[in-house]
Design a protein. Structure first.
Lengths: 498, 433
């Protein structure tokens, strides 16, 4: 095994091994646990950076292990894999720093951080999967690792949310498994291929392929929170803030959306999907989810719940971009995969800060909180404006390319969906900002913790500030060298015939 | 000029106020807004055209200053200088008060929009300016101003969405969104009429043109004149600059869009003339603003109707806005000074006269009593005579008041009537053409 074949496996192992070691640590070994966590996260970033360097210099990285005769476990580098693996590796480091501060003094931290690391391992596996069976294995591992994190607090509400999460995701996983097996019997391969591997099949199989496509989308749509399969996501808000950040920005919903990209581009191929008439219904489903999620977010008083419905809406931008079957719209969808992650993690970390520092969980409790926690609320403001799509923040460019792509694809109606969604985004984010910045603060907060002259602990404050700056940088430096847009263009150019 | 110096000057014009927007910095400085204006003021006096590209942001993005934008920048610097001079200076104790930060962000947006050479940079800066302006209105304690802020927020969101769609349409036509390319490209586009309509509605929403002016009337009525001046410079004047930049003036003949703009401009002027009779003298400043805006919009309409005419006289539009800006700055300074003078020297002039009359008449009556001459009955008789005359005058005043009150109860009917007249005139004009 040489460097080219070992690197994908090492990237997966960089979070798996620290995770397994953390499980064995006693509760009071705080320093060792933190060191393992941070070392794993940093090592992963270094390894991903190395893989990036290798790809830019023409190297190809692939690990192939035999699972069953004819079925291999394949981890492979590629432009799309790198996009997701970089996002998850970067945000994992930030979330880990935050989680260390957030859970300071809480019980069962070894269990928490163990599953936290396994969760990121599964996400990395999903990102690097070279075929559908590898994808499925890591996808299911992700389900199993996330469950203990959702029920971590052990309350009745948490257990109920966990049960709901399992019911949804296992059903989705079963559908995914069934469709994968069916596809294998038809095609004889499950290898992800640029422009898909199904277009060569006999025309008589096309109706079957359409059914399988619907099953795959339904299976992946659970984690991507497409309506009506989104019910688990708002319930899972009972989990601690770092887990919410992980669910919404790094791992779970992103894995679902990423899976849809894989199916449309690398299993069916965008042109074949389009010729079967599969993309338009998917675009319509995504559009309906965008509007529904925003409408539901509008009426939530609980901050995390509002953010959860916002995720339901925002993740569907990715699906919409893919389903429009236009290179420009796909570009918009792919960059939104990163932009949504960075912006949403900022919002969740800020929500966590408010809950941990002042005991604020509801928007109606946020009166004048901007004066008490100006840095946290400044980060929240940047994240919120990014979500609305205000220039020059990251979200603006996602909406820009989606709108331009809609015109390119001849789907003018999408412009109206984007406009309506922007209005709704503003309608549910701006009242939060108004309450926080312009209302008079109360005499006392629900459960205030003192941090001296600081507004909160450094470990809680620095991560959202970093992600807020990233939101700003992704917009302001959108066309800088080595930018995200160029990377997304490379992925798109390989997916579409020139 | 050296490229590095150009880049430094152009970036520092919006960059310095952005830096000073941090409370930790501006609370330690005297006159932070004036300090933040220094790079922009320096740019006004540099007699060469400067431009920089911002390729790391967008391929056609840039900032620059030419003869046209120099006029706007000069006007902005004067207006900001005057406006900020009459607003409270922050102290260290104001660190938690967001007003100065918002004011500086407002300045960033306004100056950046003037210097923008392409649609994306202009859109980005005006968005920042708009939301900062709303923040300023909301931070104001008065409920009327807050209401104005809320109304403007809704209008701004709608305007931004429309202008965003316009940008997407422009980008679908031409890759480069710089203003020079845009005007030419939109003349060749098949969707130019739709582009024009959404830009016109978007600008109307941003600028607060009649009949979308409600928030402006509310805001001008409740904030102090210096803030009203800045509210004119930000959403109104910079919105008008947007109209100049985004519409393909002098390139494309669009009779329908031109006629619509002429009609809206005329309606705004008529509305202002109608209002000027009813409002207090202080609020007549608002009417001046509406008349100037209406005139400018009519100018834009003419530009779309007759491109050749615009090419000949279009440059006067910049001079017009600059003159209006300087005039308003002068009026505001006068108003603020007279207000400050009145507050500083105790009772107002009229009150002082009344007090003197009372004191002297009182002394006169007491002197009459001492000398044995009771002056009171005679005085009382003469007052009764005067009072009768006054009552007669009062009767005429009441009649006028009742008439005005009657008209005020039917503003919508009057406005609709005016609109009907304007539409009829425009249709007749179009028919004649």
């Amino acid at each position: 095994m040489n460097w080219n074949t070992a690197l994908p496996l090492l990237i997966v192992a960089s979070s798996l091994l620290p995770g397994l070691m953390i499980f064995c640590l006693p509760e009071n070994r705080v320093v060792t646990r933190t060191t393992l966590n941070l070392a794993g996260a940093l090592l992963k970033i270094v390894l991903v950076g190395g893989m990036f360097w290798g790809i830019l210099h023409g190297y190809h990285f692939e690990t192939r292990l035999v699972l069953l005769p004819g079925l291999d476990l394949v981890l492979r580098s590629g432009p799309l894999s790198m996009l997701f693996v970089t996002l998850s590796a970067g945000l994992w480091l930030i979330t880990t720093v935050y989680a260390v501060g957030y859970l300071e003094g809480s019980p069962y931290r070894s269990r928490f951080f163990g599953f936290f690391s396994l969760c990121v391992t599964a996400t990395t596996g999903v990102a690097l999967a070279g075929n559908l069976i590898t994808f499925l294995l890591f996808y299911e591992l992700l389900t199993l690792c996330t469950y203990p994190l959702i029920v971590h607090r052990g309350t009745e509400e948490a257990r109920k949310a966990g049960k709901s999460y399992l019911a949804y995701t296992i059903a989705g996983g079963a559908l995914l498994l069934l469709s994968t097996v069916w596809l294998y019997t038809l095609a004889g391969t499950l290898e992800f291929t640029e422009r898909g591997f199904l277009s060569g099949l006999d025309a008589s199989l096309h109706p079957t392929l359409m059914i399988i496509f619907a099953m795959l989308i339904a299976g992946l749509g659970v984690k991507a929170a497409l309506i009506p399969l989104h019910g688990w996501l708002p319930q899972a808000m009972v989990a601690p803030a770092p887990v919410s950040a992980l669910l919404h920005a790094v791992a779970v919903v992103k894995a679902g959306a990423f899976g849809i990209v894989r199916v449309v581009y690398y299993v069916y191929g965008i042109e074949f999907s389009n010729s079967l008439g599969l993309t338009l219904p998917l675009a319509m489903l995504a559009a309906a989810t965008i509007i529904y999620g925003s409408l539901r977010a509008l009426f939530q008083d609980e901050l995390k719940r509002r953010l959860a419905f916002s995720t339901v809406s925002q993740v569907s931008y990715i699906v919409l971009g893919i389903a429009l079957a236009s290179p420009i719209a796909t570009l918009g969808g792919l960059i939104h995969l990163v932009h949504q992650g960075v912006q949403k993690i900022t919002l969740f970390l800020c929500a966590g800060n408010l809950a941990e520092t002042l005991g604020i969980h509801k928007i109606s409790e946020m009166n004048g909180v901007g004066r008490r926690m100006p840095w946290t609320m400044a980060a929240f403001t940047i994240g919120a404006f990014g979500m609305i799509g205000a220039p020059p923040l990251a979200g603006f460019f996602s909406k820009w390319y989606l709108g331009l792509g809609a015109l390119d694809a001849g789907q003018g109606w999408v412009i109206y969906i984007l406009a309506a969604s922007s209005v709704l985004n503003a309608a549910y984010f701006l009242p939060i900002l108004y309450t926080a910045w312009f209302k008079t603060p109360p005499d006392s907060w629900p459960a205030e913790r003192s941090f001296g002259r600081k507004e909160t602990a450094w470990t809680l404050l620095v991560p959202p500030l970093v992600t807020a700056l990233l939101t700003l940088a992704l917009g302001l430096l959108a066309s800088a060298p080595f930018n995200l847009l160029e990377w997304a263009r490379l992925i798109v150019s390989r997916g579409f015939a020139q | 000029m050296n490229a590095i110096v150009s880049a430094f000057l152009l970036l520092s014009a919006p960059g310095l106020p952005l830096l000073l927007a941090f409370p930790a910095l501006h609370t330690r400085l005297p006159w932070p807004v004036h300090m933040a204006l220094l790079p922009a003021a320096a740019l006004v006096f540099i007699p060469v055209d400067l431009a920089i590209e911002l390729p790391w942001f967008w391929q056609s993005a840039g900032l620059g200053i030419d003869a046209v934008s120099r006029w706007w920048l000069a006007m902005s610097v004067v207006v900001w200088g005057v406006g900020a001079a009459f607003l409270p200076v922050p102290t260290k104790r104001d660190a938690c008060n967001p007003q100065t930060s918002l004011l500086l962000l407002f300045l960033v947006g306004q100056i950046g929009a003037v210097l923008a050479t392409d649609m994306t940079v202009f859109f980005g800066f005006t968005t920042l300016m708009g939301y900062s302006c709303i923040g300023l209105l909301l931070a104001h304690g008065d409920e009327t101003t807050r209401r104005a802020g809320r109304i403007y927020l809704v209008l701004l969101i709608l305007a931004d969405i429309l202008l965003f769609e316009a940008m997407i349409m422009a980008a679908a036509t031409t890759e480069h969104l710089d203003f020079a390319t845009l005007a030419k490209a939109m003349t060749l586009s098949s969707s130019s009429s739709f582009y024009l309509s959404i830009v016109i509605v978007g600008i109307a929403l941003k600028v607060g043109l009649w009949p979308l002016h409600l928030w402006l009337s509310l805001a001008y009525g409740s904030v102090r004149p210096a803030m009203a001046l800045l509210l004119w410079l930000g959403p109104v004047a910079t919105g008008l600059l947007g109209g100049l930049r985004w519409l393909p003036l002098g390139e494309l003949a669009a009779p329908m869009a031109g006629a619509v703009l002429l009609a809206i401009g005329a309606a705004t002027i008529l509305y202002a003339i109608r209002s000027v009779l009813w409002v207090q003298w202080k609020q007549r400043l608002v009417c001046v603003v509406f008349i100037a805006t209406g005139s400018f919009i009519m100018g834009l309409g003419t530009g779309l109707l007759e491109p050749a005419l615009w090419n000949q006289y279009g440059d006067s539009a910049h001079l017009f806005v600059t003159t209006v800006g300087w005039g308003l700055a002068l009026m505001t300074a006068g108003l603020e000074w007279s207000k400050a003078g009145g507050e500083a020297s105790g009772p107002r002039k009229e009150n002082r006269i009344e007090l003197a009359v009372e004191r002297w008449s009182d002394a006169f009556i007491r002197w009459g009593r001492r000398t044995g001459n009771e002056t009171l009955p005679g005085l009382r008789a003469s007052w009764f005579v005067r009072w009768g005359g006054l009552r007669q005058k009062r009767g005429w005043q009441n009649a006028f008041d009742a008439g005005e009150y009657f008209l005020q109860r039917w503003p919508i009917a009057v406005t609709l009537f005016l609109l009907l007249v304007i539409v009829t005139v425009v249709l007749l004009l179009l028919d004649a053409m």
